[in-house]
Design a protein around this ligand. Structure first.
Ligand code: SF4
Length: 878
């Protein structure tokens, strides 16, 4: 059996074919060649989806106050408490905090229950954290939250500008499509605008390392340049837009200070401006680096302004392109999953829209004002105004800014309900009620990707235990609240049909989001629904929008928005001289609850890190490989210092993924300032004043063990799951671990066991290994220095059926003998090819291209996520 479904990670929305093997219980994963988003390819995360399945760590039964209860008891408790709190304090005292991981059908019923039946718009989503500035920018410019372009436009463009987007790591299949487009069209130019030199710069003809937070200056400068150099499309401006004059005035005003403010020299700026001016088919793709800012909405509009001025929108190969972070951020926008919108792209502050939706839902009431946006919502929980919250498929204790305040808020909250697939997350700890939710492979419904393409996510596994899909839990609570008739759905198809029907009500082309023709899909048609881009007309999707030059404001015209530049709210200071920037790593997803289970994904970045410029490191008295503390006014965290050479001076980068399940002290959310964009409410994740100080420890070490280790009790630790072992990086301030400690940790206290060890107390070095039936069962390495032996080499020993004398000796020596290979840090996760192997082969075989490397080592030939690193090694070798 094979099932066509969709990847649950990023907004590219790749088609996946899952082939469950009933005999082994394993699921083979491949890309769907028929899916238009990926045409058969998957990145490292998508390829490893099979490793994230299984019941280990799953939440299988409901719990109330820590006790397992029946499903009915849990539902009665949730409904009863919501009812009590609403009766005592009104509907504004309750809230939902949902997620771009939900399917559209889940999202639809959650939004319907809150806005139409409970009567509050206090439902917000973690998509607020990643793309709500794009939503606000689209609405201001176009009159509706619409993405004008499609992925095919990337292949038709003459210039692709990637702004605030590490596409190579965060949207890898789109990146692969751009790489391929460049191979087919050498005239295609790529500009990357990012303070960091990311893997995406691998294909850049030009990289502009702008100072953090200065994008509006840059694009105002571009707008002024286009105007001054005769590139304004006067006919388009006159016929299809409003507001150009004031916008140009503001742009010309700020244009003078662009080089100084952005930190880019005039020649480089002009090179970019001339590239943009000289090519008609231009795509400006942007992502979190633009959105996650206190000026995020203005940044979006400053980009759109340049496309409106030149009329480069609505045609093949051109337009502004918001690339969404999450798999169903777009689906959430369609149903009104944000506190600031209604449903089907209708607005809360429009009385006609409210009437349309209320009539359609036949609901007793309708929310008549926007609800609390994510940061405001948790502030209101903290203040006690909101007394009950139902959190679905998200981990706000890790992901929200000022995350310790979020913890405090949940601790004070009268009722915290959490629906999740997994038993232990940072947020579950605060739940009064835990509801077991269906995960990827069990869920059934639809998602919408960044190019408005609706795809089916199909189930291929049975629901285990008391696990149910999110839509079912919501409908059951709605029934208990007395709204059974309106939530009487037998399947996600029925919810989808209602959602599709609502999109067409009182529409007549006024709203772009219209999938009314899919409202009468039969069960079989829904089952077999092919990916389709909205709006849908005559059952056919629409590749790009606004081709006729008609926009979605009442007068059909787009709006220029004058964007007066402003710097981030919190400036650096002598006590906090660095700017903290946060983002993703190549092979992990969000808070790692799913991707952290896949050994293939942990090898590339096995522990949290802090990346900074060498000179800043020197001034902060920290050195590469040592542990360091990053501190801001809001909190602090500890991780290993890396000096990649890709970070500009004055900036420090920390990945967003690690949390208490994977590291002792690496929740970057606790550091991030809770400042938000005044329009979108999106937090400023890319700019928090910070300082870095040494985190002094007396010793460093690691434990690799085939069985989990539970009682490490060290000052600092980080965990990663290897293919045949668990990996524990450790460090301490107390006495360094010795033989007794190591034997206890690995369960080797009995003296008859095959235990080998080396100890040099003067040098502070200890190495111990337990062998069972000549296989390595676990090992402990400790040193006063942080340059410990290669874990990749040791992972090779774990793959062996028995260790010979040479390998045993190498364990005691603390490194491979000359006859043994140390692959080095992992580069290609798919085929397990490390940096040492790559460098050695490139040098000995005189390889010059990634294709040659692929032919020789297979590295880079599966998902391609490691190709930028391989090309970088080739460049270094040359
Ligand atoms: Fe999934 Fe990777 Fe495709 Fe994103 S690019 S949808 S993570 S396979």
């Amino acid at each position: 059996m094979s099932v066509r479904t969709t990847c649950p990670y990023c907004g590219v929305g790749c088609g996946v074919i899952a082939r469950p093997n009933a005999a082994t219980g394993e699921v083979a994963i491949g890309g769907d060649p028929a899916h238009p988003a990926n045409r058969g390819r998957l990145c490292s995360k998508g390829s490893a989806l099979g490793q994230t399945l299984g019941l280990d760590g799953r939440l299988l039964h409901p719990r109330v106050n820590g006790q397992r209860v029946s499903t009915d008891a849990a539902l009665d408790h949730v409904a009863g408490e919501f009812q009590r709190i609403i009766a005592e304090h009104g509907p504004e005292a309750v809230a939902f905090y949902v997620s771009g991981q939900l399917l559209t059908e889940d999202y639809y019923v959650a939004n319907k229950l809150m806005k139409g039946f409970i009567g509050t718009a206090n439902i917000d989503t973690n998509s607020r954290l990643c793309m709500s500035s794009a939503v606000s920018g689209h609405k201001r410019a176009f009159g509706e939250d619409v993405v004008p372009v499609c992925y095919d436009d990337l292949e038709l463009a003459e210039l692709i500008v990637l702004v605030g987007s590490n596409t190579a790591w965060c949207h890898p299949i789109l990146f692969q499509r751009i790489v391929q487009a460049r191979q087919q069209n050498p005239e295609l130019k790529v500009v990357v605008i990012d303070p960091r030199r990311t893997a995406t710069c691998d294909i850049a003809d030009l990289h502009l390392p702008v100072r953090a937070g200065t994008d509006v200056w840059l694009f105002n400068g571009l707008l002024a340049y286009l105007d001054s150099h005769g590139h304004a499309n006067r006919e388009f401006i006159a016929n299809h837009t409003r507001g150009a004059d004031e916008t140009l005035r503001v742009a010309h005003e700020s244009a003078q200070s662009v080089p100084e403010t952005c930190g880019i020299d005039v020649a480089t700026l002009n090179e970019f401006y001339a590239l943009f001016a000289g090519r008609r088919r231009v795509i400006t793709a942007f992502s979190q680096g633009v959105n996650q800012s206190s000026a995020g909405t203005d940044k979006v509009n400053s980009i759109i302004n340049c496309h409106l001025l030149t009329g480069r929108i609505g045609h093949a190969g051109m337009g502004p392109f918001s690339v969404t972070g999450q798999p169903n951020a777009m689906g959430g926008r369609e149903v009104g999953g944000l506190a600031s919108t209604l449903a089907a792209h209708m607005e809360l502050d429009d009385a006609t829209h409210r009437q349309v939706v209320q009539t359609f839902w036949r609901s007793p009431r309708i929310a008549d004002r926007p609800g609390l946006k994510a940061v405001e919502l948790f502030d209101a929980i903290h203040d006690g105004t909101v007394k009950a919250v139902w959190i679905m498929a998200t981990n706000p204790v890790v992901s929200l800014p000022d995350a310790d305040k979020v913890k405090a808020a949940l601790r004070r909250c009268e009722l915290v309900v959490v629906s999740d697939c997994f038993e232990t997350t940072d947020t579950n700890e605060f739940a009064h009620v835990l509801l077991p939710a269906a995960g990827w492979g069990e869920k059934d419904g639809t998602v919408t990707n960044s190019e408005r393409r609706i795809s089916r996510q199909r189930a291929f596994q049975a629901l285990p235990g008391d696990v149910r899909p999110d839509w079912w839990w919501v409908c059951e609570v709605a029934r208990r609240l007395g709204y059974g008739e309106a939530f009487n759905y037998a399947s996600p198809r029925e919810i989808f049909a209602e959602h599709a029907a609502l999109s067409a009500v009182s529409n007549h082309g006024a709203r772009a989001f219209d999938i009314g023709e899919l409202a009468d899909l039969t069960f079989d048609e829904y089952e077999s629904l092919d990916p389709v881009q909205w709006p849908v007309r005559e059952r056919v999707g629409t590749a790009r929008l606004m081709e006729s030059g008609r926009f979605y404001h009442h007068d059909g015209k787009a709006r220029f928005v004058a964007t007066t530049p402003r710097l981030p709210v919190n400036a650096t200071s002598p006590t906090h001289p660095l700017v903290l920037n946060t983002g993703r790593v190549r092979d992990q997803w969000h808070t790692m609850t799913r991707s952290g289970r896949a050994p293939q994904l942990t090898a590339h970045s096995p522990e949290p890190y802090i990346d900074m410029h060498a000179q800043d490191a020197l001034l902060s008295a920290v050195t590469e490989g040592q542990l360091a503390r990053v501190e801001t006014r809001w909190g602090s965290m500890v991780a290993r210092l890396k000096i990649s050479g890709d970070i500009p001076r004055g900036t420090v980068f920390v990945p967003i993924h690690w949390n208490v399940a994977f590291a002792s002290d690496a929740r970057v959310g606790v550091l991030v300032n809770p400042v938000v964009d005044p329009i979108s409410g999106e937090p400023e994740f890319k700019h928090t004043p910070a300082r870095v100080t040494p985190f002094v420890v007396n010793w460093h070490g690691f434990v690799l063990s085939r069985t989990p280790v539970t009682n490490l009790d060290t000052t600092w630790w980080a965990i990663a799951r290897g293919a045949q072992f668990m990996r524990y990086e450790i460090a301490g301030r107390d006495r360094a671990p010795d033989s007794a400690w190591a034997r206890r940790i690995l369960g080797a206290e009995r003296c008859e066991l095959d235990w080998i060890e080396y100890s040099d107390t003067t040098a502070g070095v200890f190495r111990g290994a337990l062998l069972i039936e000549e296989r390595i069962a676990g090992c402990v390495f400790v040193s006063t220095r942080s340059d410990l032996p290669s874990r990749t080499w040791l992972s090779g020993l774990f793959a062996k059926k028995r260790l010979g004398e040479v390998e045993r000796a190498s364990l005691l020596n603390g490194g491979p003998t000359s006859a043994m290979e140390d692959p080095g840090p992992m580069v290609c996760s798919c085929f397990g090819v490390g940096r040492n192997t790559l460098c050695k082969t490139i040098a000995t075989d005189k390889l010059t291209t990634a294709q040659e490397v692929g032919r020789k080592l297979r590295a880079g030939t599966n998902c391609g996520s490691c190709l930028p690193e391989i090309r970088s090694l080739l460049k270094q070798s040359l």
